[in-house]
Design a protein around this ligand. Structure first.
Ligand SMILES: [Zn+2]
Length: 334
């Protein structure tokens, strides 16, 4: 049975992106796979009155079950209201859809937004597949994110060793032909907790930590010039907070030289036409750091609530920090 996202209390991205581009801020797109992550995301968004995109990858959908995920998103809207958020603006978005069938299934299942990632295909095939998804999704008022350019790194099903920056000369033709609602671009962000190899980085002589290469803001600027006011999306934009990496490593973990995108660069991007910033790894790191620390401090604990509660609190703190101090989306959905 088909379900419309509207019946679940969700919204698509159209209005929220238009406001974000105009207002010079970005909407957080947080990935989730389980209840504690979802609770933390909704609590953080409700407290800060920030519009939010709940992202589900193909892997998450397989992990959690698509039916359960749909009702979790519907539950999230009701939970947000219960927390005192009068008009929650919550999107349920498919992250990295890799086929027409998957995107169609998500539209039919109550998602309010889907991404078709055909960026690894030749240009004309990317156009064709994206257009096909847009044609179906728009019938149900579901918005579509597409991608041009290739990101390096690993995220569930997506994996590439090298990145290819988006070519600014292609974007007008692509958007015109596909009618997509937003465009993910490649300007040097990367998936996962190991965004750059030590060879790509310099090392801070004081701390010994890796300093990643800067994002290609010249490419972003050229794209903005071609598509004024068009919503741009950044994937792979976790910052890999070094305090989490340290806690994980100090409590039996092994994440040598994990490195992310510095927050001041994301802050700068959020003020531009970039209106959606994807954050997944930082939530994983916050959760793992809290759980590892808890197990070391309380070796006798075995009730999942004992260690998932501090994990949830740590994620919430991190989400609020991103919303308020990096993206600037707080107070934009009252
Ligand atoms: Zn991605």
């Amino acid at each position: 049975m088909k379900v419309s996202f509207k019946d679940l209390g969700l919204v698509n991205t159209r209005e929220m992106f238009a406001k974000a581009v105009k207002g010079g801020y970005a909407i957080p797109a947080f990935n989730f796979n389980n209840m504690e992550q979802l609770q933390a995301i909704i609590q953080a968004s409700a407290e800060t009155k920030s519009p939010v995109i709940l992202q589900v990858s193909k892997g998450a959908r397989n992990y959690a079950n698509q039916t359960l995920l749909r009702y979790m998103a519907q539950g999230a809207v009701e939970y947000a209201k219960e927390l005192g958020w009068k008009k929650p603006q919550i999107v349920l978005h498919l992250d990295h859809g890799d086929s027409y069938e998957l995107c169609k299934s998500c539209v039919d299942f109550g998602f309010s937004s889907v991404m078709i990632d055909a960026s690894s295909l030749p240009y004309e095939e990317n156009v064709k597949l994206t257009r096909k998804v847009v044609n179906y999704a728009h019938k149900y008022d579901v918005t579509v994110e597409a991608e041009l350019g290739v990101l390096a790194g690993v995220e569930d099903e997506v994996s590439s060793e090298v990145s290819h920056y988006t070519k600014p000369e292609e974007v007008i033709d692509f958007v015109k032909k596909t009618k997509c609602d937003s465009l993910a671009i490649s300007i040097g962000t990367s998936h996962g907790a190991y965004k750059f190899t030590p060879e790509q980085c310099t090392r801070d002589p004081k701390t010994g930590r890796l300093v990643p290469p800067p994002l290609a803001f010249d490419v972003l600027k050229a794209i903005e010039k071609k598509l004024p006011g068009f919503p741009i999306v950044l994937h792979g934009s976790s910052s890999v907070p070094q305090e989490y990496v340290d806690i994980i490593n100090a409590n039996g973990g092994k994440l040598p030289d994990a490195v992310g995108i510095p927050e001041e660069q994301l802050r700068k991007a959020a003020k531009s036409a970039v209106c959606k910033i994807n954050i997944d790894s930082d939530s994983r790191l916050a959760m793992t750091a809290a759980v590892r620390k808890h197990f070391n401090e309380y070796p006798a604990h075995f009730d999942p609530r004992q260690y998932l509660k501090p994990a949830r609190e740590e994620m919430k703190k991190m989400y609020i920090h991103k919303i308020v101090n990096v993206l600037g989306s707080n107070g934009k959905a009252r």
